[in-house]
Ligand binder design. Sequence first.
Ligand SMILES: [Zn+2]
Length: 262
Amino acid sequence: MAQPWWRRLWRAEPAFTADEWQAVVDGSPLIRGLGADDQARIARLADRFLHDKAITPAHDLVLAPRDRLALAAHACLPLLRFGESGLRGWSQVIVHPGAFRVDHRRHGAPHEIDELEVVHEGTEDREGESWKYGPMVLSWADLDAEIREPEPGYQLVVHEMAHKLDALDGLLDGTPPLPAAWQREWARDFGAAFESLNALLDADPDAETPIDPYAAEAPEEFFAVCSEYHFTAPDVLRATYPAVAAHLERFYGPPPRLAIAG
Ligand SMILES: [Zn+2]
């Protein structure tokens, strides 16, 4: 087998081969839609992710090496500019089979943060959740579907990684660690957009919202949901909350160029 091209860039034994990486790129419109430099960055970050994190399938789920690599690559999308320091503070990914697609989030089910500061998405059947310092929990059925066929506004592991970045400064509040001046602008612009979405829903709880109304649940959900739009429906985000979209382009880099409706 040929020497993997990223080998010179990374000190440890690579977690995957060049062929395995190419298969993930071929199977993922989001990764394919990145520029060449960002694809190379994602490969390095995914390698780091696989060295750092224990990915544990639950129940009878079996994850092939290629599935683990695809999971890692998409989890690292939010780290394209932030870098591998965004992986600190936690070590486990628990993956449930998620035998059917649970859509409660689309119907505005409540989120909660319990006493352990676990963010839960939805109520009973959970697509994902993120512990402030503990494991990331994912539904493979949902993630796998969104990897193969990106759906505008939805990317489960991007959402959960946004929570991880948010929590890095010890406060799950919709603001990741940023230079002070940028953080003030971020808080002002995200706050205004969050208030505007909530004003719309306060006036009419059944209102058509420009983005998933789940974003109105809390500032940290607003950041996580807008992060999903950045990667899968950037045009919707730019048209709706241009200041938020600009912050996310600065924070995450340019979104993938997608051949899907957005
Ligand atoms: Zn969330």
